[in-house]
Ligand binder design. Structure first.
Ligand SMILES: CC(C)(COP(=O)(O)OP(=O)(O)OC[C@H]1O[C@@H](n2cnc3c(N)ncnc32)[C@H](O)[C@@H]1OP(=O)(O)O)[C@@H](O)C(=O)NCCC(=O)NCCS
Length: 142
């Protein structure tokens, strides 16, 4: 298994994300080539993929936020292809993201996960994340 940062959005990457993202969101919508390019262009976003035999089997995005309280890391959009689950792909992706975050001297790395995502919640606890008591708010436009 290889974990790497996406630096070029080619047809293979576009196709891979059109397969992966609906498995995360449960929606048929997936990112366009332009949207993927916007993600990798941002110097605060690291888009990582896991590949096995050249096939993209999983992905996550690591974000860096420079705030008045320090440099914080954030992990978003963790997803592994259904056919490749249970083989340590997410573990490898998160382990890699944490290593990069540590190298960048972030204060801590946050993520959120809905309780209904049992596999994800178990994975994060297993990897050493601790559950914090906080309320997560969202403001919707429209
Ligand atoms: C959550 C997810 C990313 C895990 O990916 P994965 O590559 O299968 O995970 P790993 O093989 O690295 O498993 C690591 C640990 O996660 C937990 N886990 C994985 N699959 C699980 C399942 N079906 N049920 C319960 N726990 C599970 C276990 O603790 C496991 O460790 P173990 O194998 O020693 O028991 C994957 O199931 C997925 O993409 N789910 C849909 C999208 C999603 O929920 N994303 C998270 C958004 S917050």
């Amino acid at each position: 298994m290889k974990i790497e940062r996406v630096t070029i959005v080619d047809d293979h990457i576009v196709r891979s994300f059109s397969r992966l993202i609906p498995q995360l969101t449960g929606s048929v919508k997936y990112p366009s080539r332009e949207e993927l390019e916007e993600v990798i262009k941002s110097e605060n976003s690291y888009l990582f993929i896991a590949t096995i035999d050249g096939e993209v089997t999983g992905s996550l995005t690591l974000l860096f936020n420079r705030l008045t309280t320090g440099l914080k890391g954030w992990i978003e959009d963790v997803v592994v292809d259904e056919a490749a689950r249970g083989k340590g792909v997410a573990t490898a992706l998160i382990g890699h993201a944490l290593k990069i975050a540590e190298e960048n001297e972030v204060f801590h790395v946050d993520l959120t996960s809905q309780p209904v995502r049992e596999a994800a919640n178990r994975l994060y606890l297993k990897m050493g994340f601790t559950r914090r008591e906080t309320n997560v708010y969202r403001y919707y436009f429209q």
